[in-house]
Design a protein around this ligand. Sequence first.
Ligand SMILES: *Cc1c(COP(=O)(O)O)cnc(C)c1O
Length: 443
Amino acid sequence: MITTNYNEGTIKLKSNDYYFLPEYRSSKYTKKINGPYGNQELDINLIRKDFPILQKRVNGKPLVWLDNSATTQKPNCVIKAIDNYYSEYNSNIHRGAHTLAKIATEAYEGAREKIRSFINADSCEEIIFVRGTTEAINLVAETFGDDKIQKEDEIIISVMEHHSNIVPWQKLAQKKGAIIKVVPIDDCGEIIMEEYAKLLTSRTKIVAITHLSNVLGTINPIKKMIEMAHHIDVPVLIDGAQSIPHIGVNVKELDADFFVFSGHKIYAPTGIGVLYGKKAILEEMTPWQRGGGMIKDVNFETTTYNDLPYKFEAGTGNIADAIGLGEAIAYINNIGIERVQLHEKKLTSYAMDQLSQIPSIRLIGTSSNKSSVLSYILEGVTPEDVAKFLNNDGIAVRAGHHCAQPVLKRYGLNSAVRASIGIYNTIEEINALVGSTLKIARY
Ligand SMILES: *Cc1c(COP(=O)(O)O)cnc(C)c1O
């Protein structure tokens, strides 16, 4: 036995478990096979056993959960961590002198450290707990944005943004008389980089862009985009709501100024998310909400604000769900995000290939650099009818605008069907999706 110190703490491994794949973390979730990705592959059936909801039947059929872009299911370890907090050590944090306060504080701060390590931030001061992606973007727009953006300044977003990365900027632009500039995409759903380059000017004050599109599945070249913005000293916010569960994120290597995501899209609870910001930037920013926890010293004339990250965490936070998020990240770490990525990429290409053989289908988002999201429409059938039909077969997909109306309009649509893949999905489930879609397709 050897003992190795990973993000999630000290775990004991048998040395031969991971010996031939040193870049991967050891995992009970692998099986030895002679597959295209070497001699270890994820054992999805073992992973599925960790998610109690996946044993459910819907309309008499086994549940096929393909609505992962909207929210993911939770593994037992996350559910238990929340239960354990409430049944064993529920307490407010940071301000109690008693035992439970100490345990709760350690668990909450432990979760912050797991997140820091997962995205490779320099320090826990850069990890701020918020409600989710939406709240994080509002926070940045209303503090950093409000300070830096003046009349006629420009804010760059892309046509494929989620409403959460459009509306807060729009509100700010209206308030300040600033201008929103939108980077266009090509037909397969990729950012047109020449157009992006043209939009970056001395008037640009911030770029806010999604890492992975929740409609197209496109993985944007954000490292390059950040580099180009930094070349003229423009800060960049990355909406990582979709990338965080699917691809490894390294904020330092990306050099992102802000990176935001929601817990519930990475197998953690709702109501908890993360704002990462570079320390130097966060230090300069004024607090957003004010109240308890974010202060150092208060009298009726003045208030001295607390240090990072607490300056941005006014009031009692979502302690239980922050701990749940830490647990979800430990869970993914134990499997290895690299393996998750390979599995999902493989399923995505398989699904794209199978779906594309349906004659009356139109696939939306056909970039070769995409993952986990499959949007489509069928000629002569409304997306809502497709989703209802699939639901009768136990398959959960989404139909609608997916909180990203502008990108659907780019394709002349108001609505589309979206199937989205997570770690526990299988080839058999993709076959079920394709088979069911085929049944309702008109030729
Ligand atoms: C889901 C999502 C959001 C919003 O996340 P919330 O958890 O609802 O705040 C923002 N951007 C993208 C790309 C998303 O997929």
